[in-house]
Ligand binder design. Structure first.
Ligand SMILES: [Zn+2]
Length: 493
């Protein structure tokens, strides 16, 4: 055993379990302790030569437990450390053994009645632990399947392996081709194999679960039932596309819009869905398309590692919802289907801006699609509103003579001094082409003295959203309420 310390003014303890097979059980605890101490490589060293025992000493009491021997090592600070030095989190205790340490399964959730813990118990059934931290994390080194060192670790770390979708046969994943589906039967041919593949995967997991212990098998059974329910919902989603022409049209347009936005953003000409994204879309189609559907009230939590593609999945669904609503409510030049369709809520401001930019480019793509066929999708533009506190966007337009942070005042201040004044909205560049906004990008309409609207346009003349075609972004509350065609009663915190 060896320890490291740098004058740490706190008591640390590391306890490690050693297999009872290491020593005969008939021996007294004192004899066992001595045997273990000899078996373990024991040393106390400091961060520099000759400094190790200056402020610490090592104690190794041992005691007997019914089925396992424990060796407890204490790192006890004995000196007074010099002030104004960073001490915390420097000490580390490690135990090395020439014989290997035995893996141990965390059985704490084995008989838990909490669903989360039961699922964790199943998920980590094949992941043993070699040490348990108390007030600190534990880490270990395993080489060739043998653990020879366990240690404390103040900040636990683990390498999370990237998730890569496996190839799925006969499923159409290309957004472009899904955006061109001719009719219901073609949609069924393109997407039904995804449901079949998922069902086969579920059946394979069901076979595996037969070998699990009773508790884990019961948990696996419940998870498999949920997965089968998801597969059924996906199958119903395919049926919606096959039998409901408006839903198919909205699905096609959502595919084209996400594809156009992605091509703009990452430069890939023919992006493909990852299977889980397409599955998420299909899963939600029945509830979205039919107000009386049994899953209308169901809320699905999409859980995936960062960078895995959650945003495109839910933006695709949002696009479907917006277009479908237009198609189902064509009255008053499409205004009957306008209004607020989707509310996105974020908790982190930085994330909000990133997501706003990505959602805005999707709405730009939708708006270009709509503008090409206003008879079908309505005269009213697709727009995205930013409805946040007045510290981020102005609440009122304001007029000449008004005091306070009105949109008029912020815009005029920015136009007069764009280098030192913030832009009136928190976006820095055109979400469609990436050109940075300048003072020319913002216009108070109809005039600067009594504006009713703040419009934003790109200054790159080649951009689709330059000149008279404004960006479909509404950032000030007053015009946002007019666009929403309803009066929201509260701000979402
Ligand atoms: Zn632009």
């Amino acid at each position: 055993m060896w320890m490291e310390t740098d004058d740490l003014p706190v008591l640390l303890r590391h306890r490690t379990a050693v297999s009872p097979s290491t020593v005969p059980a008939s021996l007294s605890s004192r004899t066992v302790r001595d045997a273990l101490t000899r078996a373990l490589h024991l040393d106390l060293i400091g961060p520099g030569p000759g400094r190790g025992d200056e402020h610490a000493e090592e104690c190794l009491p041992g005691w007997e437990r019914p089925s396992m021997w424990y060796l407890t090592g204490f790192l006890v600070p004995t000196g007074t450390p010099a002030p104004q030095r960073g001490y915390a989190f420097q000490a580390r205790l490690a135990v090395e053994c020439e014989n290997h340490f035995h893996p141990r399964h965390d059985l704490s959730a084995r008989h838990s009645d909490k669903w989360d813990r039961q699922v964790a118990d199943l998920h980590y059934a094949d992941t043993p632990a070699y040490a348990t931290g108390h007030g600190v994390s534990a880490d270990w080194t395993v080489k060739d399947g043998v653990c020879t060192q366990v240690r404390t670790s103040w900040i636990g770390s683990a390498e999370v392996e990237a998730t890569r979708p496996r190839p799925v046969e006969r499923v159409e994943l290309s957004m472009r081709r899904l955006g061109e589906l001719a009719d219901g039967p073609e949609a069924r041919d393109a997407l039904q194999p995804l449901v079949g593949e998922y069902r086969s995967w579920i059946d394979a997991r069901a076979k595996e679960s037969a070998g699990l212990e009773e508790q884990d098998r019961a948990t696996a059974g419940r998870l498999l039932a949920k997965a089968r329910n998801a597969a059924d919902r996906m199958a119903r989603g395919v049926a919606v596309l096959a039998g409901n022409p408006d839903a198919l049209d909205a699905f096609r347009m959502a595919n084209r819009a996400v594809q156009r936005a992605l091509t703009r953003r990452i430069g890939v000409e023919d992006p493909e869905w990852r299977p889980f994204q397409l599955a998420f879309l299909l899963l939600n189609l029945p509830g979205m398309a039919d107000p009386c559907d049994q899953d209308r009230e169901t809320v699905d939590l999409l859980f995936f590692p960062t960078g895995g593609g959650k945003t495109e999945a839910y933006l695709g669904l949002a696009a479907f919802a917006m277009v479908y609503r237009r198609l189902r409510n064509p009255a008053v030049g499409g205004r009957a289907g306008a209004g607020v369709s989707v509310i996105m809520r974020y908790t982190l401001r930085l994330l909000t801006l990133d997501q706003l930019s990505r959602a805005a480019s999707l709405v730009c793509a939708l708006e270009l699609e709509r503008a090409a066929s206003p008879d079908r999708y309505g005269e009213w533009p697709f727009e995205i509103g930013l409805w946040v506190g007045k510290a981020a966007t102005p609440n009122r337009m304001g007029r000449k003579g008004d005091k306070g942070d009105t949109a008029r005042r912020k815009t005029l201040q920015y136009k007069a001094n764009p280098r030192s004044r913030p832009a009136p909205i928190p976006l820095e560049s055109c979400p469609w082409c990436g050109t940075r906004f300048t003072e020319e990008s913002f216009t108070l309409r109809p005039d600067a003295d009594r504006p009713r609207d703040l419009r934003i346009a790109c200054t790159d003349f080649e951009c689709d959203f330059s000149g008279e075609r404004m960006l479909p972004i509404v950032a000030v509350d007053e015009p946002l309420y007019r666009s929403a065609l309803c009066a929201p009663g509260w701000k979402i915190a």
